[in-house]
Design a protein around this ligand. Structure first.
Ligand code: PHE
Ligand code: ZN
Length: 893
């Protein structure tokens, strides 16, 4: 099966049909066109003379012809983006034989090896895209992945060109007392006029995307780590002085990650220094630059007064993720950007396994699946669907996706499930051994796992090539002997550029229980390989109930006719915690999708609610559950997940999602639960209300508390207002405070404005907490949410220049069906306006707002038309960035 991604095919898109390709139509890069670079760059020397609005960069590259290529062309192509040079020096002398091609510098070199010296001038303060060297809060900082290095200096800016870096930087000592770069500091000193300088050397060859430099007024929280072989590593978390008190958790998380990677994957750190720097203006979560990670403050700073339990977990997870990249990403890097999942999928799996060990396996697994379903399943079902190893792109920044990251992790997790943890480890050992110091491919990874773990993955490779979430239809009948014959019929849906896909190799953990005796069947691992196949499974008793995809072994959608009583049984009794969660979700999804599609009469509606309430009751009172798990099980399926279930549950594709109906039905279900289980919820609340913050059961208690208040908000708003106000006023931590405020934000009650103001006053000036304040209002269930967001956009604290702030308001809003899907289309218009306003400032972040509008095909026709019209309005705008252009044209195709 092969994929032809044609550049904006005119079919079905009359607006673009006769538009000739313009300079705005950027070229398509294809995986199959990969060619090794004809030169190698053993050494790179950089010299930075730093200034906020003017920085001079001198680069000295040692280059040689690449012995592994046959190219005899004299041309050396050095990538550049928005930079220029006045002069090129070759082997120490001025050289005239060069030219520019788009942004790139082409030099015609006569010999086999040379030194190339180039000077560029850049203005970090004007860099609002936050790629390359930029200014943030008075400091200077870089972001080079994927193609930001070319905004600093001319270089073969591709991950398969590895070089050893020596970097000297100088600048005013008062503005930049701290000067950091990759590797180790080898020299420093004072210069003239209040300047100082530092020289850094990184002994590990690396691609340019892992380069980093930071200069600023920073302080560190430091603690050494002793590695398994007894080396001492200095670990620093660098922040602005006022944030120092909130860095302990990050530092401890780093130490835990270092230890865990030694124990679990046998990976030891390889420098004497590990620096983490927190910056407040950052497009992504964090970046794994060698020895100098740069982090969004959101994933560094945490204390109980300002960070929720979820924030603490996120800090730990992202610190681990970046640390784990030191092996899966840095020591073994990617050959080209199509291989992105090689480092990202694997590293996400590694951070998930780490967090499972730190935070508890069952709850963490449920959370990861929830993220996958909320972010990746919709992507796989929409116009931006792509395989975890894409075949083409125009702008690589658009492929840092839930598919490459999270589905990528699921794919590797399946290998681990099939091999078992121990053999999988043999596979990863072999992978690291074989490819240490190299730029590798996904294929290299798969082969190493095959060889090291003893798996056969020929058919399994389709997971790398085929986009779309497989659907498995499951039916069952009692067999002749004492088995249950289960038939599996799998399909992989068509996705852009891909049709008629082959059957996937899918591992599923299954068990057959008995509903009558309550006997639990033994779990086994089965592997599907065919479009259709029947497998006989042993029975545990006379009334079989199949428990399937336990632990969510495979990222698939299971479709089956199951009696509701079976789901109730699984929700209450299954010994696999994920299966229990899943049964409850299924029960709610079935009811809500049927109700939102107007397929239920009064009696059917009542029956559906009754079943969910019954299952809920068993969750509320089950003494075997800890509160963390209870809180997890109490979460109703998200509206995004229901959207997917509704738009995807009709095989003919005729049924469309109706987000406002989904929203209404989900609220009604919450009301029913709140009314029916009032007594149970009250007594549970009383049980958990006073568990102290530091108690081992504290976290779970906080989760349960807020869930209960949220249910009462639907069933008894007055009661909820009192409950949440009290929780807010008495809170000694952010989790309780934010949870309470979230509930209040959805109510039309004077307590809402009072507590919002109190929260603002308390945290004014703390950017991360003020982000929460924006988000809570943009996500709220309040009927006036759209006008609230408009007002908030005018707030003195709002700015389009800070990605966290933009996301805190508008990403939250785009995920709020009530506002975003407003009948008259004003929610769509607002997001389209944001894209157009943000695109010239920060294209990477702007392009991320396209996908909510890209859901138009799966939504009922009136709204679909309104959404499409907004996409078309963006598409015809002059001067769009490559990022936004690509996402908008894919969304309209
Ligand atoms: N490589 C980073 C990570 O996943 C993500 C990132 C990509 C950060 C691009 C910045 C820019 O850890
Ligand atoms: Zn990563």
């Amino acid at each position: 099966m092969d994929i032809a991604t044609t550049p904006t095919s005119p079919e079905g898109n009359p607006e673009l049909a006769d538009a000739a390709p313009t300079p705005h139509d950027p070229p398509v890069i294809r995986r199959e066109d990969y060619q090794p670079f004809p030169w190698i760059v053993p050494q790179t020397e950089l010299e930075f003379v730093l200034g906020i609005d003017s920085t001079r960069v001198t680069s000295r590259l040692t280059i040689k012809r690449n012995p592994e290529t046959e190219s005899i062309s004299p041309e050396l192509r050095l990538n550049g983006d928005g930079i220029k040079t006045d002069m090129v020096m070759i082997d120490g002398a001025r050289f005239g034989d060069w030219s520019m091609d788009e942004g790139d510098l082409l030099v015609n070199l006569p010999g086999e090896s040379h030194t190339v010296e180039i000077v560029t001038h850049i203005d970090p303060s004007a860099n609002t895209a936050l790629m390359g060297l930029f200014a943030s809060n008075g400091m200077l900082c870089t972001q080079c992945e994927a193609e930001g290095f070319r905004r600093i200096t001319f270089f073969p800016d591709r991950p398969d060109v590895l070089s050893t870096y020596r970097v000297k930087m100088s600048g005013p000592k008062d503005l930049f007392p701290i000067l950091l770069c990759n590797g180790n500091k080898v020299a420093e000193g004072d210069g003239n006029d209040g300047t100082h300088w530092a020289e850094w050397h990184d002994p590990w060859p690396k691609p340019s995307y892992l380069f980093a430099l930071v200069a600023g007024d920073l302080v560190a929280n430091s603690a050494p780590f002793t590695t398994q072989s007894g080396r001492e590593v200095e670990c620093n978390v660098w922040v602005r002085e006022e944030d120092l008190a909130r860095t302990d958790h990050a530092l401890q998380s780093l130490h835990r990650s270092m230890k865990w990677d030694e124990e679990t994957f046998g990976r030891e750190y390889d420098l004497d220094l590990y620096n983490i720097v927190a910056v407040s203006d950052f497009n992504m979560g964090a970046m794994e630059n060698k020895g100098l990670n740069v982090f969004n403050t959101k994933y560094v700073l945490a204390d109980p007064d300002t960070a929720t339990d979820a924030d603490f977990d996120a800090v730990e997870g992202v610190i681990a993720h970046e640390y784990f990249h030191n092996w899966s990403g840095n020591r073994v890097t990617c050959r080209d950007w199509f291989q992105l999942s090689l480092k990202e999928g694997f590293t996400v799996l590694r951070d998930q396994l780490f967090s499972q060990d730190m935070q508890g396996e069952a709850v963490k697994r449920i959370e990861d699946v929830r993220i996958l379903r909320a972010a990746q399943f919709p992507e796989d079902a929409g116009p931006l669907a792509h395989p975890i190893r894409p075949d083409s792109y125009r702008e690589i920044s658009n492929f840092y996706t839930a598919t490459v990251y999270n589905k990528g992790a699921e794919v590797i997790r399946m290998m681990r499930t099939m091999a078992g943890a121990e053999d999988f480890r043999a596979g990863t050992d072999l992978y690291f051994d074989r490819h240490d110091g190299e730029a590798a491919t996904c294929e290299d990874f798969i082969t190493a796992i095959e060889d090291g773990a003893g798996l056969e993955l020929a058919q399994f490779r389709r997971w790398y090539r085929q986009a779309g979430t497989p659907r498995i239809e499951v039916s069952q009948k009692l067999g002749d002997g004492d088995g249950l014959d289960v038939t599996f019929r799998q399909t992989v849906p068509d996705t852009p550029g891909q049709k008629n896909k082959g059957a996937m190799h899918i591992p599923l953990r299954v068990a057959v229980h008995c509903r009558e005796t309550g006997a639990l069947g033994e779990e086994q691992l089965i592997e599907l390989r065919h479009d259709e196949q029947t497998i006989s499974l042993p029975l545990a008793g006379p009334v079989p109930v199949l428990s399937i995809n336990r632990g969510f072994t495979a990222p698939v959608i299971i479709e089956r006719e199951l009696e509701s009583e079976d789901l109730v049984f699984l929700a209450a009794k299954d010994d696999d915690p994920f299966a229990r969660y899943e049964a409850l979700q299924d029960l709610a999804v079935r009811h809500l999708v049927a109700a939102a599609s107007r397929e239920l009469d009064q009696a059917g509606r009542a029956e559906g609610k009754r079943l969910v309430c019954d299952a809920f009751r068993s969750i509320l009172s089950d003494p075997a559950l800890d509160h963390s798990m209870r809180g997890e099980l109490m979460m109703l399926p998200s509206e995004t997940y229901l959207f997917e279930a509704m738009a995807g549950s009709d095989p003919a594709g005729i049924r469309k999602a109706e987000p406002l109906e989904i929203h209404k039905e989900r609220e009604q279900l919450k009301t029913a639960i709140g009314v029916t289980l009032k007594r149970e919820l009250e007594s549970l609340y009383a049980q958990v209300a006073d568990i102290p913050y530091d108690d081992p059961a504290g976290r779970g208690a906080r989760k349960v508390k807020t869930q209960i208040a949220a249910l009462f908000a639907a069933s008894d708003p007055e009661r909820a207002a009192v409950m949440a106000s009290r929780q807010f006023d008495q809170a000694d931590n952010m989790t309780d405070r934010q949870g309470a405020l979230m509930v209040l934000c959805g109510l039309q009650h004077p307590a809402r404005e009072e507590r919002l103001q109190a929260f603002y006053d308390r945290y004014q000036g703390n950017a991360l907490v003020i982000d929460k304040w924006f988000t809570l209002q943009a996500l709220s269930l309040h009927p006036e949410v759209l006008s609230h967001v408009k007002t908030l956009a005018e707030h003195a604290d709002f700015t389009m220049k800070n990605p966290n702030r933009v996301r805190s308001l508008y990403m939250a809003f785009a995920g709020n069906p009530q506002g975003f899907h407003a009948q008259d289309g004003s929610g769509y218009r607002m997001i389209a306006d944001v894209i157009l306003a943000l695109d010239p400032i920060n294209p990477q972040t702007a392009a991320r707002f396209v996908s909510p509008l890209g859901k138009w095909r799966r939504i009922e026709s009136v709204k679909a038309g309104l959404m499409k019209a907004e996409l078309e309005r963006i598409a015809v705008t002059e001067g769009l960035s490559r990022d936004t252009f690509e996402q908008v044209s894919r969304s309209l195709d």
